[in-house]
Design a protein. Sequence first.
Length: 94
Amino acid sequence: MFGDNGEYYKESPQCTVEIPYTYYLARYPVTNGEFARFVRESGYISDAANLKQPDHPVVNVSWRDAIVYCQWLNMILKDLAGLEDPRAPPKDQL
């Protein structure tokens, strides 16, 4: 359910939301260290806040920052797995 009738009164009314497409959700938040690696290796310029505490979740990233990070991460995962599509099975299992 989306929304809340309690403390967060501005989030009501509750309703069910259906997302008509597949999406992925990470198990853990992206850390400052992971995001700093992305910035360093890609040369991307971000307004993300203090990246000095590597184990803390990254904050103040824009929507564009998140999209570009995910695109970069997908390229890294494809390279590591030797796949054209990170969701595809390894070629020797086809």
